[in-house]
Structures are given as structure tokens and as C-alpha cells.
Design a protein around this ligand. Structure first.
Ligand code: SAM
Ligand code: SF4
Length: 488
């Protein structure tokens, strides 16, 4: 965001007049209104008021939380790392049942803080709030929650927080089933000054049979390339060197735009941006990964040598039931094409164990793909039954003990092949973007190679945000210990 023009707009707002209808000006109005209200409350309290946004789930939620933090800071809240704050906002996930369970569990603790702090407000937003049964349960058993909103009106956070500040005794609930609005042109508080996520699209149209995302995030919507490029140019001017383009299936980017643009063509525009050193993206659905994209990845070194390519299952029968629309053979052929064009690429994946109807033979197919592809790492999940999805009503759910046994076997194989695969860079010199001082040992810094593998090496805080060349001395499973050669 251009700070100057934003400040000019904010200073001209008259909160005695009615709120404007057009966005984002309406939200600027409510930021200013909430700011004044918070200043009054803070004066009465005799101290600044604090906030904490807690993120559950994926990169999309992490990016939404940066936007929520930006708004709260603009309103005048001070950021703290503890949940004993004056406003605690949980940005929730509902991909698996245990994400929901964790939220309910933590609400009890928040309630005990609230009983001791008359200024405290509790807000819940994100994917879990899009489920009717969740909101019903909160209304019935968690009356101490002040604010509930979903994924489609997160752009309205300033307006809803302003309302909650005006009415601290009410439970304010605002859930929509869809929206044309995207949360852009609002303040953002980035976790890292030197790297940032950039939403290129929202929602999902794929309806994998096990997955709740299309129901809680809505239909796929792509942003115009020009908006994305301008946002990245602004980020680069603000010190960002690496961006991660975010979407549930980036490979179908641009199909629904008035002037359709492929993801590969978007990437080609992004890599032209001066001052930007690295481009990542997440997530690629194997069914839509084009040869055009592989070509573009191979051509431009700015595009990171990492591809997250969720497999879910190695059994063609289960993949069909999952509505993934690729087969074991086509997945393996795709991996071969990628490796032929980009030999040093790191591949990572997501795998679900225990999908309804999964037999031992189906599971062995999954192990076979893991053996053949040799992923650098993999997220492994136990299938979680999500109400409202087609898989939830299937009768042949796999018994828990069978799932547990398969999960352990898969994890052991993924760790073994991951370790072997990751160690292939030992003895090489690689560029590393330094992210932070090592949390366990202050004499070390921690960064990532472009293939996303973590490296620790001697250094200090002055290196944070820099890309330096590091000799990879030793591989310890999924990370390296190294030493620095020179600054790039
Ligand atoms: N859109 C991305 C894709 O298709 O790869 C991923 C989105 S989802 C948030 C991340 C991962 O969660 C999926 O790849 C899948 O492995 C896992 N997942 C989704 N629904 C699940 C379920 N019901 N049970 C277990 N894992 C699930
Ligand atoms: Fe879920 Fe499939 Fe969409 Fe990924 S592509 S978000 S797994 S429905």
C-alpha cells in the first residue's frame, strides 16, 4: 500500500458522517472510527490495549492473519505474543476434525483470561466459522465470544471490530455464503520484512471428495494479473526479496478471468520484476500442471527449484473415488517430465491414509509411489471425516487400528526416503535466504535454499533478509549444517 495516499485518505475521514458504501473506503472509515473508540477505552484503562491473532492451518490463513494484524495495528492495538491480551482473534482451520477440537479446547483458557480482564474481547474467524454446526455450538455454549465472522467477509474486519468495540456485551455474528470482495488495499503486518505471500486466487472448484475447502472458501476467483504485479512491485519497494504466490490450485489460475491468462504466463510476468530474487508458489494440483509451466520453471532461475505436488493416494482406484482426476501412472509420468526438465528440483507432497475403501493393496500403491518419486519431504495425514463432503457418507470407513498401522509405515518410509533424498546436496555451495537467528543456538542463523530446505550456519542477526552462499557440510535428516562462503 502507498502509505502516503492511505494516510491522506485516513486524515480526511469524518466519522460523524455516515460510512461510505464503496470499498475499501468503507473499511478505512471504520478503521478510523474504531481507532477513536479504542483511544477512549485505552485512556479509561490507563494503558495501551493489546491484541494477539492466532493462526490455525495453511499459508492462506497465515496471509489473512497478516492482513488482520495490519488492520488491528492501524486501529491502535499493540501486538503481543500472549493470549492474555485485550483482543484475541483465532483465525481458524477446519480441514481436519482435530483443528476444530483444538479451538474449542483453547477457548476455555481464553474464558479464564476474560473473567480477569474487563476489556478483553474474543473473536473467531476463518474456515471453521463457515460451518453451521460450529456457529450453533458457539451460540449455545460459548456466549463469552464477542465476534464471529467467516472467510467471505474477512475484508470487513475493521467494520466488525468497530461494532464489537461499540457493543462489548453482544455476540456479533456475520457469516456470508459468498462474496465478490477480496481483501486487498488494506494495511498488512508482514511476519517477515523480506518475504511475503501474495494471493493470486481465492476459493476452489475441485471438490475432492474428502475436502471441505470448496464449501468454506467458496468458488475459485482469480485476481487480475495487473493487480498482482502491482502488489509485488509495492512489496519489492518495501524490501521483499521472495514472494510465494498463493492459491488452492495455482495451475488453474486465470481460467475465469475476462481475458484468460495461464499461470505460466503470470509467472513469466512476475519474474521480470526488478529487485525480486525468488518466486515460489503453492499449491499445484497434478491434474492441471502444464508442460508450459514446466518450461517456464526450467527457463527462469528466479523460480524456486521446489514443487509441492500433492499425491493424496498412489492407488488409481482411490484417486478416482477422491475425484482427483489423475492416475498413479499419469502422476509418475508427470514427475518424470518435471525431473527431465529440472533435474535438481525438490518435490514434496501431501498424502492421506485411510480414505474410505482403502485396502492394503491400495495402500501398497501409495508406498510404491513414495519409493519411486523419492520426495524431499511429505505431509502425511490420517483421513478425517468432514461433514457435508461426499466421502463422509461413505460406508466403508477404514478401522482406526488399520489406519494407525498404515500411517506409521508410511511415515517411516517417507522419513527414510526424505533423508536420503535431502542429503544429495552435501558438499555443494548453495544460496540461502537468511530468515532468523537460530532459536536453539544464538551463534547460528537459519535460512532456506530455493528448494525450501532449511540450513543452519554460523552468523548473526545482521544477515537476516540477505541471500548468502553457504557450503553444505552435513545433512541432518531434513536440514543442513553449513558455513558461509560469501554474500551474493
Ligand atoms: N489445495 C491443496 C491441494 O489440493 O493440494 C491443499 C489444501 S488442503 C488445506 C491441504 C491438505 O490437507 C490436502 O492436500 C490434503 O492432503 C489434506 N486434507 C484435506 N482434507 C482432508 C481430510 N478430510 N482428511 C485428511 N486430510 C485432508
Ligand atoms: Fe481441497 Fe482438492 Fe481444492 Fe485442494 S484441490 S483445496 S484438496 S478440494
Amino acid at each position: 500500500m502507498n502509505n502516503q495516499s492511505y494516510e491522506q485518505i485516513i486524515s480526511s475521514i469524518d466519522t460523524r458522517k455516515p460510512a461510505p458504501e464503496n470499498e475499501p473506503f468503507r473499511q478505512y472509515y471504520f478503521i478510523e472510527r474504531a481507532r477513536r473508540r479504542l483511544a477512549e477505552i485505552s485512556e479509561r484503562a490507563g494503558r495501551p490495549l493489546t491484541f494477539n491473532v492466532v493462526t490455525f492451518g495453511c499459508q492462506m490463513n497465515a496471509r489473512d492473519s497478516e492482513k488482520l494484524r495490519g488492520i488491528l495495528e492501524e486501529i491502535g492495538y499493540r501486538k503481543v505474543e500472549t493470549e492474555d491480551a485485550d483482543l484475541v482473534l483465532y483465525n481458524t482451520c477446519t480441514v481436519r476434525e482435530n483443528a476444530n477440537t483444538r479451538v474449542y479446547g483453547r477457548l476455555g483458557k481464553l474464558h479464564s483470561y476474560k473473567k480477569k480482564n474487563p476489556h478483553m474481547m474474543i473473536g473467531l474467524c476463518g474456515c471453521m466459522m463457515q460451518e453451521d454446526h460450529v456457529v450453533t455450538k458457539l451460540k449455545e455454549s460459548y456466549r463469552f465470544v464477542n465476534l464471529i465472522f467467516g472467510t467471505h467477509n474477512i475484508y470487513k474486519a475493521a467494520e466488525l471490530i468497530s461494532e464489537a468495540l461499540d457493543h462489548p456485551d453482544r455476540m456479533i455474528i456475520d457469516i456470508r455464503q459468498s462474496s465478490d470482495r477480496m481483501m486487498e488495499q488494506l494495511p498488512v503486518d508482514r511476519k517477515y520484512p523480506f518475504k511475503s505471500g501474495v494471493n493470486i486466487m481465492y476459493g476452489c472448484n475441485n471438490f475432492c471428495s474428502y475436502c471441505i475447502v470448496p464449501y468454506v472458501r467458496g468458488r475459485e476467483k482469480s485476481r487480475e494479473p495487473i493487480e498482482i504485479i502491482q502488489e509485488i512491485e509495492g512489496l519489492v519497494a518495501d524490501g521483499v526479496r521472495e514472494v510465494m504466490l498463493l492459491g488452492q490450485n495455482v495451475n488453474s489460475y486465470g481460467k475465469t478471468l475476462e481475458n484468460p491468462v495461464s499461470f505460466a504466463r503470470l509467472l513469466e510476468q512476475v519474474v521480470q520484476i526488478d529487485g525480486l530474487d525468488r518466486v515460489r508458489f503453492m499449491t499445484s494440483h497434478p491434474k492441471d500442471l502444464s508442460d508450459e509451466l514446466i518450461e517456464v520453471m526450467a527457463k527462469y532461475p528466479k523460480i524456486c527449484r521446489h514443487l509441492h505436488l500433492p499425491l493424496q493416494s498412489g492407488s488409481t482406484k482411490i484417486l478416482k473415488d477422491m475425484n482427483r482426476r489423475y492416475t498413479k501412472e499419469s502422476y509418475l509420468a508427470l514427475v518424470d517430465r518435471i525431473r527431465a526438465a529440472i533435474p535438481d528440483i525438490s518435490l514434496t507432497t501431501d498424502i492421506i491414509v485411510g480414505y474410505p475403501g482403502e485396502t492394503e493393496d491400495d495402500f501398497l500403491e501409495t508406498l510404491d509411489v513414495v519409493e519411486k518419486v523419492r520426495y524431499d519431504s511429505a505431509f502425511t495425514f490420517i483421513y478425517s471425516r468432514r461433514s457435508g463432503t461426499p466421502a463422509a457418507s461413505m460406508e466403508d470407513q477404514v478401522p482406526e487400528d488399520v489406519v494407525k498401522d498404515r500411517f506409521d509405515r508410511l511415515l517411516a518410509l517417507v522419513q527414510k526416503t526424505g533423508r536420503e533424498q535431502t542429503s544429495r546436496f552435501t558438499g555443494q555451495d548453495k544460496d540461502v535466504l537468511v530468515e532468523q537467528v537460530n532459536e536453539q543456538d544464538e551463534s547460528l542463523v537459519t535460512g532456506r535454499m530455493d528448494n525450501n530446505i532449511v540450513v543452519h550456519f554460523p552468523g548473526d542477526g545482521s544477515l537476516i533478509g540477505k541471500i548468502v552462499t553457504v557450503h553444505l557440510d552435513e545433512c541432518h535428516g531434513f536440514y543442513y549444517m553449513g558455513h558461509r562462503i560469501e554474500t551474493v
